[in-house]
Design a protein around this ligand. Structure first.
Ligand code: HEM
Length: 427
């Protein structure tokens, strides 16, 4: 990377890798500054290799759609310090990845692996699940209504509902859900003192020391499930993955394990964060609650706005396979780029009043699911789950307000609410 590239001021660059800044508004202050002053510049926080920071909606889309020019798998796909990267490469014998899931692949492998489950996640297939998901949603609403009008919406509802849905889809028994939840939180919450495996403050936002242990636990669990489904296939997703063929040969154990891990983690944490983010927005904007309640056909708009508003996946990384020009900037082969989805979703040139929660936003061009070949596999499922929950919940909810301080997790990759104390009145 040339030293003449536009450099982002050091305090802003440091914010981009500071996990606590993602737990409050500081990351949005940094993004706002970047969009206005240096929408495509180079950051080099201390201890990190330099990377381009892509904060405008249009530039994020332009890079995301050019999957041959901007690879996902050549370098780390999530931001990591130079030391963390070296440690991972030492553990893996040179690869920057601890897992090899869709997210870390490029063509020609990526489409071969994606096609294995793609049809399964298409709207026409998941529509078949609607009734069952509605039953699960109703049970969650019943649980909320059975409290005395006060609950922690994250801990009691939002964490469990998408978890139950995706685990049932995968074929994981209900009794194992707490274990799956804990492992996911340890994976995504590695920098959060309350969520990581050591349950303590980490020196680096990307402390990787505990991750191999967390992954080993996942592999041990899914190894058994996979063997059982090979022997005795069922109608679940674990059976699809376990019995997949790549180039006419059974999928390798490592890649099957990586597949389970991505679905088992991405499949609920993000959706829980958005489900909770929607409730927070309604508690803080009673006019929006009233407006959506008036006509439940407005629920999809509420969900789309909650996805934009929360953008639980904050960043993904890409690297250039050749020299390229984006927005007048010369990107060199091998340069590393950070796509800042949460910034694209607050881009003033695309969204009117981007810092206001508006369920009536049409069109809503949110890009929280990414774009291009890696666009979220589970996007239709995520939308459907959340729509169903709120269709069931809103008719039974008269009013809701915050009943304490909501707190967000500290993480630079995937984050969301850790607690959301609410007081509500049933309808
Ligand atoms: C609100 C909820 C969700 C959000 C915001 C979200 C966000 C994202 C984003 C930004 C990507 C792009 C990765 C990249 O460009 O490298 C992605 C990919 C992916 N998501 Fe989601 N996701 C959500 C829900 C789900 C669900 C419910 C599943 C369930 C299976 C899921 C599974 C995946 C998988 C497997 C990929 C990798 C796709 C690929 O690389 O080809 N996600 N998601």
């Amino acid at each position: 990377m040339a030293t003449t590239e536009p450099r982002i001021p050091q305090p802003v660059a440091e914010t981009l890798v500071d996990a606590p800044s993602y737990a409050d508004e500081r990351i949005h202050d940094a993004y706002r500054w970047l969009r206005a002053n240096e929408p495509l510049g180079v950051a080099q926080p201390e201890g990190y290799d330099p990377f381009w920071v892509v904060t405008r909606h249009a530039d994020i889309l332009e890079i995301s759609r050019q999957n041959d020019l901007f690879h996902s798998g050549d370098k780390a796909t999530t931001i990591v310090s130079a030391e963390g990267d070296a440690r991972i490469r030492k553990m893996t014998g040179g690869s920057p990845h601890l897992v090899r899931s869709l997210v870390q692949m490029d063509a020609p492998d990526h489409p071969k692996y994606r096609v294995l489950t793609q049809a399964w996640f298409l709207p026409q297939n998941i529509r078949k699940l609607e009734e069952r998901i509605r039953e699960i949603a109703r049970a969650s609403v019943d649980k909320m209504m059975a409290t005395d009008g006060q609950c922690d919406f994250v801990k009691e509802i939002a964490l469990h509902y998408p978890l139950h849905v995706i685990m049932e889809i995968m074929g994981v028994p209900e009794g194992d859900e707490p274990r799956m939840l804990m492992l996911t939180q340890e994976l995504f919450g590695a920098a959060d003192p309350e969520l990581n495996r050591q349950r303590e403050r980490q020196q680096n936002a990307d402390d990787v020391a505990a991750l191999p242990g967390v992954l080993a636990d996942f592999y041990q669990y899914f190894g058994k499930l996979s063997a059982a489904r090979r022997e005795n296939p069922q109608g679940d997703l674990a059976s699809v993955i376990a019995n997949s063929q790549i180039d006419g040969r059974p999928i390798s154990e490592f890649e099957a394990m990586s597949y389970y891990v991505i679905v088992a983690t991405a499949g609920h944490d993000t959706t829980s964060s958005t489900t909770a983010g929607a409730m927070r927005a309604l508690a803080e904007n009673p006019d929006q609650l009233a407006w959506v309640k008036e006509d439940l056909s407005r629920v999809p708009g509420l969900i789309e706005e909650a996805i934009r508003w929360t953008t639980p996946v904050k960043t993904f990384m890409r690297s250039a396979t050749a020299d390229a020009e984006i927005a007048g900037r010369a990107i060199a082969k091998d340069d590393w780029l950070m796509l800042c989805y949460a910034s694209g979703n607050r881009d003033e040139s695309v969204f009117d009043e981007p810092f206001r929660f508006r369920a009536d936003r049409t069109p809503n061009k949110q890009l929280a699911f990414g774009y291009g070949a890696h666009v979220c596999l589970g996007q239709h499922l995520a939308r459907m789950e959340m729509r169903i929950l709120y269709e069931e919940l809103l008719p039974r909810l008269k009013a809701v307000e915050l009943n304490g301080e909501p707190r967000m997790s500290q993480a630079v990759f995937v984050n969301g609410l850790k607690t959301l104390p609410i007081a509500f009145e049933a309808a």
